[in-house]
Write a protein that binds this ligand. Structure first.
Ligand code: SF4
Ligand code: SF4
Length: 418
């Protein structure tokens, strides 16, 4: 935890955020269910609202299904969101105070979008960086309440705290070199000892912007866990949902076949592997190529973009300059280029034979296609393919080669005469 988090939040009354209780003691308190509803408080710090846009477009499950309580087993979500909520003004902020005082009728979860700014810097000149609501200091003086302060007030009583987007998970762009607002991530702000009332450290769902489905799916799984009917989802050592962020972009990339055959794009717009024009996919943990950005559509390499590592704690500084070949890829891509040139030729040869019906092989006549002339394999290719087939059918019988009674082979044919 920060040495002096209360001054960072600009709140003179708060004490430490992290309840000093051992994780195993907190885990004993896990049974919240059966629950009909769960409140979700959405706090926006140094944010572009891109995370909200991403979540609004989620489809698995859709946000509206969570809000209407139509995801089987998952309690209905009552969302308190500065942009999406219908309530405004005092009616909107009243629930935040109720949560702080422990007066809500159901458990609550805090979601934080954007990084956490050092409000002392803004306060020094009488301002603030990001705030929700205000408190009345006198008849005509109101103090905006920084979202950092709301986080400090609400985190101790939250069943779980979820950081959404790379700004909230790792600091992101506001915390890039220079960092005039001294911005930081939730983990940096709350510290490693923080646990929600369900015993969980901060859950991190990175991405700039994140895949909306990654968020709604994780929320649904956490709510099933709080409900008492689902297991605790698996998170990695940085609090990322492990099933979503274990693999690299490269391992699921639609251009992986080009990489493996050593075929690389030399300019943007190419269909080949993008590693030589700046893709960091081989070392970046992200599932967007497999899941798409929204409703299985889009996603960086699927639409021609290189990976600039936006889900990673080192983003953006450690991936700059964008669109320059990552140094590590020079070794691997040159090795793959050499190996790929040989493999590619062998594969094309096999492909040529697999593009032939067995009848065409046997007849030795031109392929009866009206669309064009099909090139015949050369003698060298035939010889190589003969050896290939020997390996392919070693230990088994090539279709048509059965020599038992009545077999075609016994009649010297692979296909019956017509
Ligand atoms: S475009 Fe990037 S992620 Fe895709 S295969 Fe090439 S290096 Fe890997
Ligand atoms: S592929 Fe790279 S740039 Fe694209 S969303 Fe994933 S981590 Fe970000």
């Amino acid at each position: 935890m920060l040495d002096d988090p209360k001054s960072l939040a600009g709140n003179p009354t708060d004490n430490n955020v992290a309840p000093q209780v051992k994780p195993e003691e907190k885990l004993a308190e896990l049974s919240f269910g059966p629950l009909k509803t769960v409140h979700v408080f959405w706090l926006a710090g140094m944010s572009c609202d891109g995370c909200t846009v991403a979540v609004a477009g989620a489809t698995q499950p859709p946000l509206e299904n969570l809000l209407t309580g139509t995801v089987t087993g998952v309690p209905q979500v009552i969302l308190h969101h500065p942009v999406l909520s219908i309530e405004a003004g005092e009616e909107f902020i009243a629930n935040f105070y109720k949560a702080e005082r422990g007066e809500l009728d159901a458990p609550y979860v805090v979601c934080y979008e954007g990084s956490i700014a050092d409000e002392r810097i803004a306060a020094a000149t009488g301002g603030y960086f990001s705030a929700i609501g205000s408190e009345r200091l006198s008849d005509d003086v109101h103090r905006p309440i920084p979202t950092t302060e709301w986080l400090k007030r609400l985190a101790p009583g939250a069943a779980a705290v979820i950081a959404i987007g790379t700004c909230a998970t790792w600091g992101g762009i506001p915390a890039a070199a220079g960092n005039p607002t001294n911005s930081m991530s939730l983990m940096d702000f709350l510290g490693k000892d923080y646990r929600g009332t369900a015993g969980l450290p901060v859950i991190n769902i990175p991405g700039c912007a994140p895949v909306g489905d990654n968020f709604t799916e994780t929320v649904a799984m956490v709510l099933l866990f709080l409900q008492g009917i689902g297991p605790l989802p698996e998170f990695d050592e940085l609090g990322r949902p492990a099933w979503l962020f274990k693999e690299t972009v490269h391992q699921r990339c639609v251009r992986g076949g080009y990489y493996e055959e050593g075929i690389f794009a030399t300019e943007y717009g190419g269909k080949e592997c993008l590693v030589e024009i700046g893709c960091w996919g081989p070392v970046v943990q992200c599932n967007i190529t497999q899941r798409g950005a929204i409703n299985h559509m889009g996603g960086c390499m699927n639409t021609g973009g290189v990976c600039i590592g936006c889900t990673m704690p080192g983003f953006p500084d450690k991936f700059a300059p964008f669109y320059k070949t990552p140094p590590g890829s020079t070794v691997s891509s040159n090795a793959v280029r050499t190996y790929g040139a040989v493999i590619r030729r062998l594969r094309r040869m096999t492909q040529q034979f697999q593009n032939m019906e067995p009848r065409w092989d046997e007849s030795n006549q031109p392929v009866p296609s009206g669309w064009g002339q099909v090139e015949k394999p050369s003698l060298v290719n035939k010889a190589i393919h003969y050896l290939y087939e020997k390996m392919q059918y070693r230990g088994s019988v090539r279709p048509g080669d059965y020599v038992g009674e009545g077999s075609l082979k016994a009649k010297g044919k692979h296909t019956p005469e017509v």
